[in-house]
Design a protein around this ligand. Structure first.
Ligand code: ADP
Length: 315
């Protein structure tokens, strides 16, 4: 699939002073962002900030009114087909065929992207296995839970081994356990394949967990950028416990709705969204059987950065 010959040092996404309008309404008002190969770029921002519009502009579905956008070194409007062939995406509507089974959905996608038949067969089985869908392969999509559908949508986006994946709120509407599973899969894709990812989200724990860089948008403008160093350690409420097994930690996370679990030899840590009260998180973990050592709030917090950048800290 890597048929364009740009040097590897060209940014995978490069937007400069990008303006995109719907009629008279300017949805992006001079946005400059870039993402290098293997980088996970998060777009955060309230509803209407322009996140989905940016994703659509990357796909060449919207023509810039001013400024430029290059994806894999190309203008995605002029070279739409070439660019889209190297992108996998999961947009708000998954676009899965509800009546077809999981395997048929993947096969259909592979045929659209003209994946060589032998390769396609192997790739489908590999992805079904990796995404925990092998035993549901023959079930129609309509019978799957929302979390499983989202996993299938992600598998489908990866089928043709794209260089860039665009994920528009990939965990929105999922319960905490399903969201955590989908996040884990996204994280593994990034580590294993050095794929570049553009992710939009409302969820700060998700941004902190997955992204190298976060750009906060408000009313079509970039109001804040946070690099990896700034992101480290700024997420929500962390409840630290004595170390426990992965299975027990997972059970506690399910019971309490923790967004993440981190385990080391010395401590098992449950990370909650910043909207959860620290005391509520502590009590939840303790009631579920965790031996709580301490409760820590991320210093400053991505939430605070988000709220002050989006002008919502003083409602
Ligand atoms: P976000 O994804 O951050 O919620 P969007 O990119 O969907 O934001 O929307 C940015 C702005 O563009 C909003 O003001 C929204 O109302 C407007 N908008 C989005 N899609 C359309 C559309 N198809 N037609 C007209 N306006 C739109």
């Amino acid at each position: 699939m890597r048929e364009n010959t740009q040097a590897e040092d060209v940014n995978v996404i490069e937007a400069r002073d990008l303006v995109v309008s719907y009629g008279d309404r300017r949805a992006l008002q001079g946005v400059s962002v870039s993402a290098g190969q293997g980088e996970v770029l998060g777009l955060l921002g309230p509803n209407g900030a322009g996140k989905s519009t940016f994703v659509r502009a990357c796909l060449g579905l919207l023509r810039p009114a001013a400024g430029t956008i290059r994806v894999l070194g190309l203008d995605p409007v002029a070279h739409g087909e070439t660019v889209r062939r190297q992108i996998g995406f999961v947009l708000e509507k998954t676009g899965l065929s509800e009546a077809l089974d999981c395997r048929a959905n993947l096969r259909f996608q592979g045929e659209v992207y003209r994946v060589e038949p032998g390769r396609l067969r192997a790739r489908i089985e590999e992805l079904l296995e990796r995404f925990g869908l092998a035993d549901r392969a023959r079930d129609p999509v309509a019978s799957l839970s929302k979390g499983l559908k989202q996993r299938l949508a992600l598998a489908r986006a990866l089928l043709h081994e794209p260089r860039l994946i665009l994920l528009d709120e990939p965990t929105s509407g999922l319960d905490p356990a399903a969201a955590r599973e989908v996040r884990g899969l996204i994280a593994s894709v990034v580590t294993d394949n050095a794929t570049t990812v553009l992710l939009t989200t409302h969820n700060m724990v998700e941004a902190e967990r997955l992204c190298d860089t976060v750009v906060i948008l408000r009313q079509g403008r970039v109001v804040r950028r946070l690099d990896a160093r700034e992101l480290a350690g700024v997420a929500g409420v962390r409840v630290r416990c004595r170390p426990i097994s992965a299975a027990r930690a997972e059970a506690i996370a399910q019971l309490t709705g923790a967004a993440e679990v981190r385990r080391t030899e010395k401590v098992t840590e449950f990370v909650f969204d910043p909207t959860v009260e620290p005391e509520e998180a502590r009590r939840g973990v303790a009631d579920a059987g965790g031996h709580v050592l301490e409760v820590v709030r991320g210093a400053g917090g991505l939430e605070e950065a988000y709220l002050s950048a989006t002008g919502r800290s003083n409602p």
